[in-house]
Design a protein around this ligand. Structure first.
Ligand code: NAI
Ligand code: SOE
Length: 396
């Protein structure tokens, strides 16, 4: 077998926490799954908040170089791709600098804590002409991509309604620390930006543009034990209930009705305080000729109902994703061997590098991230004003 000629592209990864781990794994594994790969991502430099943390992250995640100053990644002419895996309030500054330096950019979600920053990021990448992607990876679960395929093929007819949830329980314990995810200045919002935006992304991907919302938001746990910086352990440790407390200034729960431009209606429900739920991302989409239902906790499966099924065999049934489904040629050879979180990130890396070495087109991109922020902003205003609010148009 001859080895095809494949470009090697150097990656500078900023942030060595949960997403630093997930993205490093994806870069190492992507060519093992998708071959010939569109490019070999070279783990060139990783940046953290100190030289010491960066050196540890480089050793752990297989990077050649490390730095305690992310600006060295931007200034390095050998780096082709900047990957932003830091808390939300640093996304805009890093992304705009990276775009101005001509780097292709993968940025974690939410694109930014505010609409203004998201807009500035979108304008920067548009002006620079670099490939850009926002890491809403759940749309790259094969069963989600299969639902999209069925909808586009008209297999469930005209879409009538969307019901989406994202329920977790890692913040249900009041002794969980006041990590960056509970601080508006860092995160922008709470559950809404952190996990509600994943559902917004799925709704836009599967059904279409959202035109109006009617929302409620609530904070159940108003203060938490202080945490002195560092990565967010997602409620798992650092519990310090008897220590000094700090104010939570973000939402724990968001509920909203949705209106879509194409006439469909829907709902979104997200909380990190749902005891017993872990990564319960679900959607049920009803069409004029069928239904699809997905639950991320059973992510090899898509439940389907087609009105064209024989009347004596009607009922929701399960399709297990495998080689005959989206991304099936690169993943595992037998359905239900098991799609994991890692696979969604490997597919994300594959599509991102394919855009860099191909036609430059990938989604969700910064325009999608900006639109999602406009929807999140409308949700906040709707909850404050206790009425239906229209989503503002993209302004550039
Ligand atoms: P984390 O708290 O686990 O790690 C963040 C890391 O960034 C920490 O190690 C911290 O020291 C480092 N950091 C902070 N400021 C930095 C700077 N200026 N320069 C270099 N390093 C810096 O956070 P996590 O969970 O990895 O989240 C990062 C981003 O990824 C967030 O925007 C979050 O919303 C997103 N995320 C997305 C997920 C998805 O499913 N797509 C899952 C988890 C997080
Ligand atoms: C915590 O709620 C979190 O890590 C989110 O930040 C991610 O976006 C989600 O995918 C998993 O949960």
């Amino acid at each position: 077998m001859t080895t095809p000629s494949i470009p090697q592209l150097n990656v500078g990864l900023i942030g060595g926490g949960f997403m630093g781990k997930a993205h490093s794994l994806a870069y190492a594994a992507m060519p093992m799954f998708f071959w010939p790969a569109p490019a070999i991502p070279v783990r060139h430099t990783i940046a953290e908040v100190s030289d010491e943390l960066a050196a540890g992250a480089a050793a752990r995640f297989g990077f050649q170089h490390s730095t305690g100053d992310w600006r060295r990644v931007i200034d390095d002419p050998n780096i082709h791709v900047v990957d932003i895996a830091t808390p939300n309030n640093s996304h805009a500054e890093i992304a705009i600098a990276a775009a101005q330096a001509g780097k292709h950019i993968l940025c974690e979600k939410p694109l930014a804590p505010t609409v203004e920053e998201a807009k500035a990021m979108y304008e920067a990448v548009k002006k620079a002409g670099v490939v850009n992607m926002v890491a809403f990876n759940y749309r790259r679960t094969p069963a989600v991509a299969l639902a999209k395929k069925y909808i586009e093929e008209g297999r469930i007819g005209k879409v009538l309604s969307f019901r989406g949830t994202y329920l977790q329980d890692w913040s249900a314990d009041p002794s969980g620390p006041l990590s960056w995810r509970f601080q508006k200045a860092v995160a922008g919002s709470g559950t809404l930006g952190d996990i509600g935006t994943h559902v917004v992304d799925l709704a836009r991907y599967l059904v279409g543009e959202i035109s109006a919302v009617n929302a409620m938001m609530h904070t159940y746990i108003k203060e938490r034990p202080l945490q002195s910086g560092g990565a967010d352990k997602l409620g798992a440790s650092d519990k310090n209930a008897s220590g000094p407390m700090g104010k939570v200034d973000v939402d724990d729960e968001v509920l909203t009705l949705l209106r879509f431009e194409n006439g469909a209606v829907g709902s979104l429900e997200a909380t990190r305080n749902a005891f017993g739920r872990n990564n319960y991302i679900t959607f049920e989409i009803h069409g004029s000729e069928g239904t699809v239902f997905f639950n991320y906790e059973r992510r090899d499966e898509l439940q389907v109902f087609f009105a064209s099924d024989p009347s004596d065999a009607r009922g929701l049934r399960t399709v297990y994703t495998g080689p005959n489904h989206p991304y099936g040629d690169g993943l595992w050879p037998i359905p239900a061997l098991g799609i994991g979180y890692g696979e969604t990130k490997i597919i994300e890396a594959y599509d991102f590098f394919k855009a860099i070495t191909g036609d430059g087109v990938v989604s969700p991109n910064f325009e999608d991230g900006y639109k999602t922020e406009l929807i999140a902003d409308a949700i906040v205003r709707s909850a404050q004003q206790k009425r239906e609010v229209e989503v503002e148009a993209v302004l550039v």
